[in-house]
Design a binder for this molecule. Sequence first.
Ligand SMILES: Cc1cc2nc3c(=O)[nH]c(=O)nc-3n(C[C@H](O)[C@H](O)[C@H](O)COP(=O)(O)O)c2cc1C
Length: 239
Amino acid sequence: MEIDAFLDLVRRRRSVRRFKPDPLPEGSVEKILDAARWAMSGANGQPWEFIVVKDKALKDKIVQAHKESRRHVRVIEETRIKEFRHPGVSSQEEEPGFKDAPVFIVVCADPRTFQATVLSSHFYAGEGGPMATFLKNVANATQLIHLAAASMGLGAQWVSVNHMWEPQVKHALGIPQVLSVHTIVPIGYPAYKTAPPYRRKLDELVHYDGYDKSKFREDEQVQEFLLGLRQRTTSAYKV
Ligand SMILES: Cc1cc2nc3c(=O)[nH]c(=O)nc-3n(C[C@H](O)[C@H](O)[C@H](O)COP(=O)(O)O)c2cc1C
């Protein structure tokens, strides 16, 4: 693959948050997950397990668990000043847009595989704590799921799973207690036309042969960036 074709794919991949219920082409999920298993992982620990959910009753249980967790998310989000509130967190109780996707991929992982990596990383992981490497592994596989879906003209969403609804997902799908559930990736044909989201410019964030101090952002500039980001990204959530 030429770099321009690769860049085109990377740029075309979009977070899609509402889907047509149309089924996916035969074998597409397997191709997507074949891509995911080639993700990089620390010491090649490969912690991932993927559960493909097509059954309507099971998908409904996942959607319900997500909806219930949103109540807590909303309450916490509303403690922030208005300008900083995440555009994906509505003040109303809403049906999640992903509910109609024909397939949900539940990205799980086995924390025991973290033992594969060098011992010092358990103690000196820095930002992200001792499980940082493990979480990066899982994120890498999730990224490849998104790219593979985009290469087939399919949309996907990164629906974060947190402790508020992980137990319900585990129970619905019979996931062993020792595994963790990270993300639900609904996949399907987009039900609307996505717009390219904002990205920082390349020359703002690339430094050659050392950190270019003229590019350092003061606290106020980061705040300004975050506030501007909210205005720029709101439309991606109101689909
Ligand atoms: C760690 C992580 C968590 C995310 N969680 C969510 C989520 O819970 N819901 C959602 O709709 N998008 C989620 N996203 C997707 C981002 O919002 C999205 O990538 C970003 O807004 C840029 O848009 P794009 O993916 O279309 O380029 C997540 C992405 C990452 C990497």
